[in-house]
Design a protein around this ligand. Structure first.
Ligand code: SF4
Ligand code: SF4
Length: 147
């Protein structure tokens, strides 16, 4: 059998509860610390350990990568594609170096595995595009300046 609970006059109009709720809202609006920011006018400073957009490091304008193939080997998402070439000094270099960022899970394994400190993950987090992008060597080199 359904027994209806008896409500007082105030309870029937939910007045006390409404005032309580407004009190909580006002308290949070006026006194609680703000956890949001006015993006994009304001931007957070991320930790140096943040793993964002990749870039390829260079020394004296020549990329550090020697196309050793370690990073595509360790990459769990299999999103790094490198084609190796050979310079006149017999040093290898990447003729083609591409990262399909849509598949990347930003685990940082490529950075960890690289013996030449060539592939790095920056603190750049604004990577949205209107079309699917596979980032090539030139684009990754450009990110070096933006990091
Ligand atoms: S961060 Fe991880 S998933 Fe992304 S390219 Fe590097 S190894 Fe692959
Ligand atoms: S691990 Fe480093 S040196 Fe080797 S292919 Fe990748 S970026 Fe180049």
């Amino acid at each position: 059998m359904l027994v209806k609970a008896k409500k007082s006059f105030l309870q029937r109009f939910y007045l006390v509860e409404v005032i309580k709720g407004l009190g909580i809202t006002m308290r949070n609006m006026l006194f609680a610390p703000k956890v949001t920011i006015q993006y994009p006018e304001e931007r957070r400073k991320y930790s140096e350990r943040f793993r964002g957009m990749h870039y390829v490091k260079a020394t004296n304008g020549v990329e550090n990568c020697t196309a050793c193939m370690l990073c595509p080997t360790v990459c769990p998402a299999e999103c790094i594609h490198i084609v190796a070439g050979e310079r006149p000094d017999k040093e290898k270099y990447p003729v083609q170096f591409e990262i399909d960022v849509l598949r990347c899970c930003f685990c940082g394994m490529c950075e960890e595995a690289c013996p030449k400190d060539a592939i790095k993950l920056s603190t750049i987090y604004e990577m949205s595009q209107v079309t699917r992008q596979v980032y090539d060597k030139d684009y990754l080199a450009e990110q070096r300046g933006n990091k």
